[in-house]
Design a protein around this ligand. Structure first.
Ligand code: HEC
Length: 313
């Protein structure tokens, strides 16, 4: 499979590199997603993402944090952009993958909506799984296109992989800075009513995981956002083994961290609570929250949530 893909890329390079102007859009399979190449195979003057450290440009892809934020399987706006740039010409390509994705066995997530492309975005070489800029779109630094997740995606978060080119406008693949970025869309949501938590107050934490009703859950507060893999597609967006995370799971502190472990109800919902001790020394402390769900039978991880951040004050 890898060899077939390499051949396909080489053929594309040989046929299209000569015949087609790429400022009008790159070939598919160039997003940096698992099994993809990225634009540096042709735009090879500088190392991937090196333009950020040099202060030449920043690249980003943004969208809803969870499927619950979309209010159903409707087209959600995905925004790929250079929030800062010193370069004259720009381009991008992106693709979406779900929790069943693997290198060279892509599992594409949802569908791009061509009715939202306007004249600035297109399917990359007609491939429905890849969106890129058009020639007129290369005059822009931000592109917004609609994406609809599948009604019932495989378990695990979905990831949008994007590559971008902050180009020098010389109508050649030389002298251009290539970037990659990702955005994760979770199927479970943790939320709080306010991001500032006064010392001595009690704060509810809402857990929603509608795809896994009745499953167990473990919520942690962590002071470390290093992602940790819990196996398969379940990359939890914080470190659940940090010193603070250990405290949240310690029964000795269960009066502070209430219902941080439990069982989701028949709709996949639960509410936990933090009772913040009235200690002035806690002021300024930053905590990140995320949860994982567990199949009560096995018990294996069945879903993970987004991350929210709160500051004690
Ligand atoms: C197969 C080789 C190849 C790949 C892969 C490729 N490009 Fe290009 N690209 C070219 C060539 C050749 C040109 C010059 C011809 C032109 O401008 O149309 C070019 C030009 C461009 C330009 C205009 C550059 C300038 O300075 O004028 C942009 C923008 C661009 N590409 C974006 C991308 C992006 C984004 C990707 C990755 C998603 C990508 N390209 C991947 C071959 C490629």
């Amino acid at each position: 499979m890898a060899r077939v893909l390499t051949l396909a890329i080489l053929t594309t390079v040989m046929l299209c590199g000569v015949l087609v102007g790429f400022q009008s859009g790159p070939p598919s399979y160039m997003t940096g997603a698992p099994g993809n190449a990225d634009c540096t195979i042709c735009h090879f003057s500088f190392a991937l993402n090196s333009g950020a450290g040099l202060g030449l440009a920043l690249f980003d892809v943004a969208g809803p944090d969870t499927t619950l934020d979309m209010g159903g399987p409707v087209p959600a706006p995905i925004v790929v952009s250079f929030p800062m740039t010193t370069r004259p010409i720009h381009g991008f390509e992106m693709t979406a993958r779900d929790g069943a994705d693997a290198p060279f066995v892509p599992s594409f997530a949802g569908a791009w909506d061509p009715s939202t492309f306007g004249s600035d975005a297109q399917l990359a070489f007609g491939d429905p799984e890849y969106v890129s800029h058009t020639l007129s779109g290369s005059q822009q630094t931000s592109w917004t296109v609609g994406w609809t997740p599948d009604a019932v995606p495989p378990a695990g978060p979905m990831t949008i992989y994007a590559a971008g080119n902050a180009a020098n406008g010389n109508a050649a693949p030389t002298g251009d800075y290539i970037f990659t970025a990702t955005h994760t869309v979770y199927q479970a949501r943790v939320s709080v009513s306010q991001a500032i938590w006064p010392i001595g107050s009690s704060q509810p934490i809402i857990l929603e995981a509608p795809t896994v009703p009745g499953h167990g859950y473990i919520l942690v507060a962590s002071n470390d956002i290093t992602p940790v893999s819990l196996g398969g597609p379940f990359l939890v967006p914080l470190n659940p083994f940090s010193p603070l995370a250990s405290l949240t799971l310690d029964p000795a502190f269960s009066s502070i961290f209430q219902n941080f472990q439990g069982t989701l109800d028949g709709s996949g919902n639960a509410t936990a609570q933090t009772n913040i001790p009235p200690l002035p020394s806690l002021s300024g402390m930053v905590a990140h929250l995320a949860f994982a769900t567990l199949d009560p039978q096995t018990p294996t991880v069945t879903e993970i949530s987004n991350r929210v951040t709160v500051t004690l004050q």
